[in-house]
Design a protein. Sequence first.
Length: 319
Amino acid sequence: MGYALWILPREYRRTNGKGRIIPLSQKLKEEGLIADLDDKRFTKWIIDNSNRIFQLIDAGKYKNIKKYRKDKFQWTDDGKIIIYKGRKVHFLKEGLKETDDGLTLDRLLCDFWKDISFNNLFQEGGVSLIGGKKPEKLIKRILEMFTTKDDIILDFFMGTGTTCAVAHKMGRQYIGVEQLDYGENSAVVRLKNVINGDQTGISKAVGWKGGGDFVYLELLKWNQNFVEKIQKAKTKEELKKLWETMKKKAFLSYKVDVKTIDEHAKNFEELSIEDQKRFLLECLDKNHLYVNYSEIDDEEYGVSEKDNKLNREFYDYDF
């Protein structure tokens, strides 16, 4: 049945001699309103009048209901609920919830959250990601459902850092992992904005004023260095020199026969520069784009004492 009853103000009852309760539908008709939760005028009106709209529900543990008069609102002996016609009076105001946008109807969450807008997200956090950016409100709701303050949030597809930014503002710890470089729209840029007091997204809702810190680390490149140099090369001569360096320092694929390639160097030289790039990229072992932690003590990689210590502390840390 839902909230279908309206309790009249005392002044109205005295003046008009009307009964205490009328159907909510009658009151809506008088106000020229249609019951539509997508109608902002309707939802504002019922929220403003939530102390007069009610429904009757089962009184639960209160067994001696019969002793209360059916024609009158009465508090139970313990003063916790109101009884009317043998049932509990439940006012709509008890079903309101304080949200980022003020008081709203506290409806059960479903898998369609149309109250969260995906428009104009380019302003959030001071970074941009066309077609891939999530609203901070969405992440806030998810974190509120499943985490509490100081919990550790892991985001292994960090993108522009929405989840980590929200976690930072909400007092959560976080670890973010991202393979791509978004330049001026990177998560690092966004988190710096957060620390500096970014006021977009959920900032006003959580009273964010700035502060805090984060540690930013990059994987130590190995074959990835050659990938980037190959991609940036402008001439065949540059690629030829790169191949000579790769033979000495790169991790080549087990399928690569260096001797055979050198014997057919002329065939390689006849390829277009784009085909030469593709060929050299195929020669690299993709499992060694970065230096593995297990190789941290190998002098060949030149891991500094400072980086060595930091890595050991990180991997030994008890999360």
